[in-house]
Design a binder for this molecule. Structure first.
Ligand SMILES: [Cu+2]
Length: 261
C-alpha cells in the first residue's frame, strides 16, 4: 500500500502478509493461534501434508475459532503428496474468504527440502494481493465486487509501487524469487532484463525447465523462478494495466524495481 492510503486490515501478528514461517522438511511444527478478531476464523495450511484434523476447514475438520479463543495447530512439515520435498507454501484463513483473505489473512510457509540444494545468491519471497479500499467510507471490502475499477490497490508484500522498494541483486549471480499469489485474481508476472526458469510450482520441483519471461499465477498458486540479471535497473511487474495503478493512477501497484550491480 502507498503511504497515504489507509485500509482496514486483518493481520497475523500485526503485519500483512503474516510472518513467513520457514522450517526444514520433517520438523515438528506447533503453532498456537489466538483469535483477536471480532469474527470467527481458522488457519489453513495450503499445500502442506497436515493431518486431517489440522486442515483448518470450519465445520469439516474443526469448529471455527471464536473471537478470543485459541487453537493449537500441530503437524510435521512436509508437502502434501511429496513427503521428501520442499518449497513455497501458504497459510491463510478458511472462513469468509471473500472478506478475510482480501483483508490480509495470509502468509508464506517455506519448507526446505531434505536434500540440500545449492543456495542462490538471493532468495526472496514476493507475495501479490489486491485490495478494495472504499475511498468514501475508508472500509476494506472483498475484491470481487465487480463495480467499475475495483479492486483499486495491488500490493507486493503489502506495498504498492513506488513503496515496493528496490530489490538489490548482484549482477550475473543466481537469484531465486518465490512468487506467491495470495490474491483472488490471476496475475501474469513479467520480468525485464533476462529470461527465467520456473524451478518449482506450488512447492514442487517443476519439470518445465524452459526459459520464459512471464508466469501467470492463478489465485493461491506459487512459482519459484531463478535467473541471472545483467547490470541495470530492471522491473518485475504484472502485465495487466489496471494492476499497475493505485486507484487508477499509474505507475503504481504491482511493480518491483530490481537493481542489479
Ligand atoms: Cu495483475
Amino acid at each position: 500500500m502507498t503511504k497515504d492510503q489507509r485500509v482496514a486490515a486483518y493481520a497475523y501478528n500485526g503485519i500483512v502478509p503474516g510472518p513467513t514461517i520457514q522450517v526444514r522438511n520433517g520438523q515438528r511444527v506447533r503453532i498456537r493461534f489466538t483469535n483477536s478478531l471480532p469474527v470467527e476464523t481458522t488457519v489453513h495450511w495450503h499445500g502442506i501434508g497436515v493431518p486431517n484434523s489440522q486442515d483448518g476447514v470450519p465445520g469439516v475438520t474443526q469448529q471455527a475459532i471464536k473471537p478470543g479463543a485459541s487453537f493449537t495447530y500441530t503437524f510435521t512439515a512436509r508437502p502434501a503428496g511429496d513427503p521428501n520435498g520442499g518449497g513455497t507454501f501458504l497459510y491463510h484463513t478458511h472462513v469468509d474468504e471473500d472478506r478475510q483473505m482480501p483483508m490480509g489473512l495470509y502468509g508464506t510457509f517455506i519448507i526446505e527440502p531434505k536434500a540440500q540444494v545449492k543456495a542462490p545468491a538471493v532468495d526472496r519471497t514476493l507475495v501479490v494481493s489486491e485490495w478494495t479500499a472504499d475511498p468514501s467510507s475508508g472500509r476494506t471490502r472483498g475484491v470481487m465486487q465487480m463495480e467499475g475499477m475495483f479492486p483499486n490497490y495491488f500490493t507486493i508484500n503489502g506495498h504498492s509501487y513506488p513503496d515496493t522498494g528496490t530489490l538489490k541483486v548482484p549482477a550475473g549471480k543466481l537469484v531465486r524469487l518465490r512468487l506467491v499469489n495470495a490474491g483472488q485474481m490471476a496475475h501474469p508476472l513479467h520480468l525485464h532484463g533476462t529470461a527465467f526458469r520456473i524451478v518449482a510450482r506450488d512447492g514442487h520441483p517443476a519439470s518445465d525447465t524452459g526459459l520464459r519471461d512471464t508466469v501467470t499465477l492463478e489465485s493461491g498458486e506459487r512459482a519459484d523462478i531463478e535467473f541471472r540479471l545483467p547490470k541495470g535497473k530492471w522491473i518485475l511487474h504484472c502485465h495487466i494495466g489496471h494492476h499497475l495503478t493505485n486507484a487508477g493512477e499509474g505507475p503504481g501497484g504491482l511493480i518491483q524495481l530490481i537493481q542489479s550491480a
